[in-house]
Design a protein around this ligand. Structure first.
Ligand code: PA5
Length: 418
């Protein structure tokens, strides 16, 4: 399902790192069974079939509503948002439109959405593991008020709470109100929670085939849980570490389809929040080509060379093309009838070659199709690689002390407001 083309010098060093990679693999395998650690995502889909079915069934029931408002931030929204953006126009099943709030504090953003919801038929899924994050907490208060004003008694049936199974404000709320609820296990951190109800409920509501998605993760587990340096997730992790050792501190995720924009936001959170600590890590950024070849392309090709590129390419042919013109006014007749996706492919190959000519290291990840299954597979690949990459670098992948720091400072200022 997945093919990776690394620059050759990464591969040559694989043997030198074999022992370290296998030791880290063993460490992850051991820690995944420790409920006080955060590697519960590795076996989540095998160990939590009931909760997965519950998320799927509840999500499918929500399809009767026009919109599902998903309240969450960071790992509590990026997975669902990214899969939804990619898949919503690639599936036939009619589901809810997903509307995401609670991921910023813009008054303008909230006002627009709440005004629109007043005229819409909607349900709400609030997602917060801690139950105490400011952005979703504010948005939740406002959308909950609207839901109750609009639907009265029926509001309760239209609200699902996804949170920690035992602690936090939302869990308390569920206890006192009896809202329908789903659990984010204690040993799964936000940015590793896409295959828990955090991602599965909204995606099922949107009409996405959750069984297919899980089948993709299963296939991913088959390939990327292997204790071997042939494991492509571990090879990618090593390639990143070697790039960093050579002074390449920026990884540019590059896609050639605008629907992948949020998928790269998900990747940026996964790697940025897991790896960027103790003065270490690779700064993840992203571009959408060919759009950004006309903005950042110049810098990437010829600016300060601290970056390497990871290209995500999905094989897809929508079989559309343009017609030939008698006067060939723009000299494009030679491409008439050629698939647009083939032209896009050539743009990717040509740009890749130009970047290689400019000495920019390059990793090409090619995925056979763009589907719930392939996305499940690819995402598990990136999650597994991320764990390995952090341990190779010597940082703890599953905390985010820097995020806590900003929260503290904002809280201080907010307290001064009254
Ligand atoms: O990866 C993480 O743990 C974070 O990005 C969280 O997902 C984010 O801060 C939101 O937290 P919560 O779900 O507790 O509201």
């Amino acid at each position: 399902m997945l093919k990776i083309n690394f620059d050759d010098y990464y591969r040559i060093l694989l043997n030198d790192f074999e022992e370290q990679i296998l030791n880290i693999h063993d460490k992850m395998e051991k820690l995944k069974n420790d409920s006080n650690q955060y590697l519960g995502w590795i076996d989540y889909i095998t160990d939590n079939k009931e909760e997965i079915t519950k998320a799927k069934v509840l999500g499918e029931k929500l399809r009767i509503y026009k919109k599902l408002v998903v309240v969450g931030i960071g790992g509590s929204f990026l997975g669902a948002k990214s899969f939804y953006d990619i898949l919503k126009d690639r599936i036939d099943t009619q589901g809810c439109e997903l509307v995401f709030i609670g991921n910023n504090i813009s008054g303008n953003y909230l006002k627009q959405i709440l005004e629109d919801l007043e005229k819409s038929d909607f349900a709400v899924n609030v997602i917060s593991k801690s139950g105490g994050t400011l952005e979703p907490a504010i948005a939740f208060r406002m959308v909950k008020d609207l839901l109750e004003k609009k639907y009265g008694q029926e509001a309760k049936e239209r609200l699902i709470v996804t949170t920690d199974p035992v602690s936090g404000n939302l869990r308390k709320l569920v206890g006192s109100t009896g809202y329908e609820t789903l659990a984010i296990p204690g040993n799964v951190g936000g940015r590793y929670s896409i295959f828990t109800p955090v991602g599965l409920l909204p995606l099922a509501a949107a009409g996405i085939d959750v069984d297919e998605l899980i089948a993709g993760v299963e296939a991913g587990k088959n390939d990327f849980d292997r204790r071997s340096t042939d494991n492509l997730a571990y090879q990618y992790a090593l390639a990143r570490q070697l790039a960093e050792a050579k002074g390449k501190y920026i990884e540019i995720y590059t896609a050639y389809d605008p629907t992948l924009s949020y998928y790269m936001e998900w990747l940026k959170q996964l790697y940025g929040e897991s790896e960027g600590k103790d003065g270490k890590g690779i700064y993840p950024m992203s571009v959408i080509n060919t759009r950004d070849l006309h903005s950042l392309g110049q810098f990437i090709q010829e600016g300060r060379q601290k970056h390497f590129e990871t290209i995500l390419w999905f094989e897809e042919d929508k079989k559309i093309s343009f017609n030939s013109y008698e006067n060939d006014f723009d000299s494009l007749n030679f491409l008439a009838g050629t698939s647009i996706d083939m032209i896009n492919r050539k743009a990717m190959e040509g740009t890749r070659q130009a970047h290689k000519n400019g000495g920019i290291p390059n990793i090409l990840i090619e995925v056979k199709e763009l589907s719930a299954k392939s996305l499940g597979y690819l995402s598990y690949f990136f999650m597994k690689a991320c764990g390995m990459t952090c341990y190779l670098l010597g940082v703890e992948p599953f905390n985010q002390p820097g995020v806590e720091e900003y929260k503290k400072e904002v809280k201080k200022l907010l307290k001064e407001l009254n």
